[in-house]
Design a binder for this molecule. Structure first.
Ligand SMILES: [Zn+2]
Length: 266
């Protein structure tokens, strides 16, 4: 098989509690799980086209955009990374219509175990994809609110008590201890009763999700591969976790290289 074109971050689905991945490349979508255990080659053919406007860009900003789009799109604004800093109410949203439909929709505060227990937020419509993208082995939605800023305020209030970041090296090496997210949830909710009341956050039923990843062999040492430094990357695909291809030659963050024109050979 040989395909070429701009790639997007891998699409994910959960089938019988197992993550499945497909890679959009040009007009095709490649089922990646079926390539596991086989040698593959990915070559950066030199072009990057902005995933918003399609213009060629010599450098990728905000994981797949040209510089003007990265400066003008609300989805590339800092408030997406730090939802508690949403500034829609100040009238300064870069794209108020986009903000209205994306940030003023139901959001979920969740606990996940990616490299250890962490708190995070996501649009309700983005579950379980958000957790698969992070490489979480388990996840538990805990609260539902009506906007991104509300979820961000809760996440911020919980940060003194629990991590909000994933250690991606530990996640990729599968150095993750199983943890009881239900017990952690109960401890955390006790810390912020006033905020939960104030935001009218809805407590969710305990529906823990466990996620398995299609991995034959986890790396013991992390070698990070990068198309900017090594345009041609090849190796046996040992597995996929988060948005990373685990090759026997190193790990490749496919999300980081969204919009790169890649030739895939297997
Ligand atoms: Zn653009």
């Amino acid at each position: 098989m040989q395909l070429a074109g701009p790639i997007k971050m891998m699409k994910t689905a959960l089938v019988d509690l197992r993550a499945t991945y497909s890679l959009p490349i040009g007009r095709e979508v490649v089922e990646m799980n079926s390539l596991i255990g086989k040698p593959i080659k990915l070559t950066f053919i030199g072009d990057i086209s902005c995933s918003n406007c399609g213009n060629r860009t010599s450098k990728s900003f905000s994981q797949g955009y040209c510089f003007p789009c990265a400066r003008s799109l609300a989805r590339c604004d800092m408030c997406i990374m730090k939802p508690e800093t949403c500034h829609y109410h100040l009238g300064t949203c870069r794209e108020p219509q986009w903000g209205l439909s994306n940030c003023f929709s139901p959001h979920i505060v969740y606990l996940a175990n990616s490299s250890g227990p962490k708190v995070g937020i996501t649009r309700a419509s983005n579950m379980p994809g958000r957790w698969i993208d992070q490489g979480a082995i388990s996840a538990l939605p805990i609260l539902k609110v009506n906007s991104r800023i509300d979820s961000g305020q809760i996440e911020s209030a919980l940060k003194p008590f629990i991590a909000d970041k994933t250690n991606w090296r530990k996640m990729l090496k599968n150095e993750v201890e199983p943890t009881d997210l239900l017990e952690i949830k109960n401890g955390l909710l006790e810390k912020i009763p006033e905020l939960i009341n104030h935001l009218e956050a809805k407590q969710l039923d305990d529906e823990m999700l466990n996620i398995n990843y299609p991995v034959l062999k986890y790396p013991t040492k992390i070698v990070s591969l990068n198309f900017d430094k090594t345009p041609s990357i090849s190796g046996v695909l040992d597995g996929i976790k988060g948005q990373y291809l685990l090759l026997d030659s190193g790990v490749l963050n496919m999300r980081k290289f969204s919009s790169y024109h890649i030739e895939l050979t297997s």
